[in-house]
Design a protein around this ligand. Structure first.
Ligand code: ZN
Length: 243
């Protein structure tokens, strides 16, 4: 069972299209999406439609919840809040209904999926050892997959010890046969690890490996769409920096 892992697409259609093209021919049977499907980028409806066509299993992210009006944007920075209001204003009924149907936590083939952490699925960043411990304490499956930080990461927990591995693109990492693991495939639509290429991952549950991948995409086209939509300029600029 081979799965395409996508997170933090953030309505970046050129990045999503590049990732889907890059993953073609790699034997993917399912698509799992770790939230923040919309927000920041200019193509929320087209992105949702592509994911629906792909039969993706997704969870809700904080930006999705904000676009649906389910949570306030007080804790968002002003740019993110403006993007959330814009997204809410353009979201079509089908996109809205699909996003509305997404749970905050789901289990697929014995794997737990959520956007942030199991302690706070919408909001918490799995960046600190304390958050990781709290997350693993609530993880009842061997493997979990998260997003939200926009930085690729593999955490392995054994006997209370947590090891962090920073996966490199193209490197196939074995999933641990003992203990538990948590994966973050990085961000498709707004990478923040200094590499502007779209990040995604392949996960093979039968063979027990995870591979981070990077796909170059026309960043200038995503920027042009952000500007044409009247979204804040820094949201266009950051895409070229991968920050
Ligand atoms: Zn995000």
């Amino acid at each position: 069972m081979r799965v395409l892992l996508l997170s933090d697409i953030h309505a970046n259609l050129p990045a999503l299209e590049a990732v889907l093209a890059d993953a073609e021919g790699s034997g993917v049977e399912s698509v799992w999406v770790l939230g923040d499907i919309v927000g920041y980028g200019a193509d929320p409806n087209a992105v949702v439609e592509l994911l629906r066509k792909a039969g993706a299993s997704a969870v809700l992210g904080n930006h999705d919840a904000a676009a649906l009006g389910r949570v306030g944007t007080e804790s968002f920075n002003p740019l993110a809040a403006e993007a959330a209001r814009w997204t809410a204003s353009v979201l079509g009924p089908e996109s809205r209904a699909w996003l509305e149907s997404l749970p905050e936590v789901r289990r697929e083939h014995g794997v737990t999926l959520c956007h942030g952490t199991l302690r706070e699925p919408l909001w918490e960043y799995l960046f600190t050892a304390e958050a990781a411990r709290a997350h693993f304490a609530l993880q009842t499956t061997g493997l979990s997959i998260v997003g939200h930080t926009h930085v690729p990461l593999l955490l392995v927990e054994r006997g209370g010890e947590i090891e962090a591995l920073w996966p490199k693109a193209g490197e196939r990492l074995r999933l641990p046969s003992t203990g538990r693991a948590c994966l973050n495939p990085g961000s498709v639509g707004q990478p923040r690890d200094g590499d502007p290429r779209a990040a995604y991952a392949l996960l093979d549950l039968s063979e027990g490996w995870f591979e981070l991948r990077r796909a170059a995409y026309p960043v200038s086209e995503a920027q042009r769409r952000i500007r044409a939509a009247g979204l804040p300029e820094p949201l266009a600029l950051r895409l070229a920096l991968g920050r």
